[in-house]
Design a protein around this ligand. Structure first.
Ligand SMILES: Cc1cc2nc3c(=O)[nH]c(=O)nc-3n(C[C@H](O)[C@H](O)[C@H](O)COP(=O)(O)OP(=O)(O)OC[C@H]3O[C@@H](n4cnc5c(N)ncnc54)[C@H](O)[C@@H]3O)c2cc1C
Ligand code: SF4
Length: 329
C-alpha cells in the first residue's frame, strides 16, 4: 500500500489568504484543488511539500460567468461542471468536450480546471513508486541527474497530458495568475514552457485564478480529438484541438494544437498559409495533416510506441478536422 507522507494542511477561504500562505512558507507549499493528480503524486513521493494549501474552500474561484467581453471560468470549476456548462455551448463546445473526456466520472467530479491546467507532466520513468525510481537512479525531473528518454538532454521532456489546455490555446484563451504583486493575464499558449520539470510560468507564490475565453473567438468551428488506450479512463497519448473560422466552402483561419508529446502543447505554425481561401475538403485536410506530422516528434516518454504515435498524428489531425467541419469522421 502506498501511504501519504506527513505534511501540515491548511484550507484558506480566500485568494488573499492563499497568497499569504504561499508567501509565508516559501518553497514549502503544494496547492491542492481536487487532489486527483496531486494525491497519487504525493503517494509516489513525486511531491514532498511540508505544507498542503487546499483551495477547496475558495468559493470565489468556482463557476462560469459571462462578463461582457467573454467567458470567465473559475479555476475551481470541476471538469464535470465544465462538461455540461450551458454557457460553453455552442461557441466553446470543444472545451466542454475535452473536459468530458478526462479520466472517469468520479475523477471529473473532483478534478478542476486549474488542476488540469497545472497538471504535472507525465513520463514512464517518473510516474512510478519511489522504490522503482530509486532502482533506476532517479531522473532529471526529480532526485536524479540524467534523463532516460533523451540521455544527453538538459531538459525534461515529460509529456504535457492535460486534455482541456489544448482547446483553450486553440481558442486563444488567457490565464489569470494571482501573486503578491496582484493579478496578471497571459495567453494560455505562453503559460506553458518546454521544460517538463516545471512546465508552466507559475512561481511558487502564485496560483491560477481564472481562464478567459474572449467573445472574439465565438462563431468558429472546433473539435477535440483524443487518442488513448481505453476510452473509459486513460490519459491522452496524443491529442488534437482544432479551431477554425470559415465554412466548408472557404476556410478563413485555422489553429491546431497537438499535445501529449512533449512538455508544452504545440500550436502548429504556418497553417493559415496552407488553408486560407481553400475549401474544407480532403485535399486541404491532407496538406494540414502532412504539415502537422512534420512539426510533431513523439518521444518514448509515455509507454506507447513513438513511431506509431507519429504515424497517428496526421490520422488524428484529419479526423479532428473532419469533425470540426461536420464531415464524416
Ligand atoms: C486515473 C487517472 C486518470 C486521469 N486521466 C486524465 C486524463 O485523461 N486527462 C487529463 O487531463 N487528466 C487526467 N488525470 C489527471 C487529473 O485528474 C486531471 O487533470 C484533473 O483536472 C486535475 O485537477 P485537480 O483539481 O484534481 O488537480 P490537483 O490534483 O489538485 O492538482 C494538480 C496540480 O495542479 C496544481 N494546481 C491545482 N490547482 C491550481 C491552481 N488553481 N493554481 C495553481 N496550481 C494549481 C497542484 O499544485 C498540482 O500540482 C487523471 C488522473 C487519474 C488519477
Ligand atoms: S523525460 Fe527524462 S527527466 Fe523527464 S521525467 Fe522522463 S526520464 Fe525524467
Amino acid at each position: 500500500m502506498l501511504t501519504l507522507p506527513r505534511f501540515d494542511w491548511v484550507a484558506p477561504a480566500s485568494v488573499d489568504d492563499v497568497l499569504r500562505e504561499l508567501a509565508g512558507h516559501p518553497g514549502e507549499c503544494l496547492l491542492v484543488a481536487g487532489g486527483t493528480d496531486a494525491v497519487p503524486n504525493l503517494k509516489h513521493r513525486l511531491h514532498e511539500p511540508r505544507r498542503i494549501v487546499s483551495l477547496a474552500r475558495v468559493r470565489a474561484l468556482r463557476g462560469v460567468r459571462a462578463d461582457g467581453q467573454g467567458l470567465e471560468l473559475g479555476a475551481l470549476t470541476t471538469l464535470s461542471e465544465l462538461s455540461r456548462e450551458p454557457l460553453l455551448r455552442p461557441d466553446f463546445a470543444a472545451v466542454a468536450r475535452a473536459a468530458s473526456l478526462v479520466a472517469s466520472p468520479q475523477i471529473r467530479n473532483m478534478g478542476t480546471l486549474g488542476g488540469n491546467l497545472c497538471l504535472d507532466t507525465r513520463c514512464t520513468y517518473y510516474n512510478q513508486t519511489y522504490f522503482w525510481r530509486e532502482a533506476l537512479g532517479f531522473c532529471l525531473k526529480k532526485d536524479g541527474v540524467r534523463c532516460h528518454v533523451v540521455p544527453q538532454g538538459k531538459r525534461c521532456v515529460a509529456a504535457h497530458s492535460s486534455d482541456v489546455s489544448p482547446t483553450l490555446i486553440a481558442y486563444g484563451a488567457e490565464v489569470e495568475i494571482a501573486g503578491p504583486a496582484g493579478a496578471r493575464r497571459v495567453p494560455c499558449d505562453e503559460f506553458f514552457v518546454g521544460d517538463g520539470i516545471h512546465n508552466n510560468i507559475l512561481k511558487g507564490d502564485e496560483l491560477v485564478t481564472r481562464v478567459f475565453l474572449p467573445d472574439s473567438a465565438r462563431g468558429q468551428r472546433a473539435a477535440y480529438g483524443k487518442l488513448r488506450p481505453r476510452a473509459a479512463i486513460d490519459f491522452p497519448m496524443l491529442s488534437v484541438a482544432v479551431v477554425a473560422r470559415g465554412d466548408a466552402r472557404r476556410i478563413e483561419s485555422l489553429r491546431i494544437v497537438v499535445s501529449a508529446l512533449g512538455a508544452k502543447p504545440r500550436l502548429l505554425g504556418g497553417l493559415d498559409a496552407l488553408v486560407k481561401g481553400h475549401a474544407a475538403d480532403e485535399s486541404t485536410f491532407a496538406a494540414v495533416a502532412s504539415a502537422a506530422a512534420k512539426q510533431c516528434r513523439p518521444l518514448i516518454n509515455v509507454p506507447y510506441d513513438d513511431e506509431w504515435r507519429h504515424a497517428m498524428v496526421p490520422v488524428m489531425v484529419t479526423r479532428t478536422l473532419r469533425e470540426a467541419f461536420g464531415a464524416a469522421a
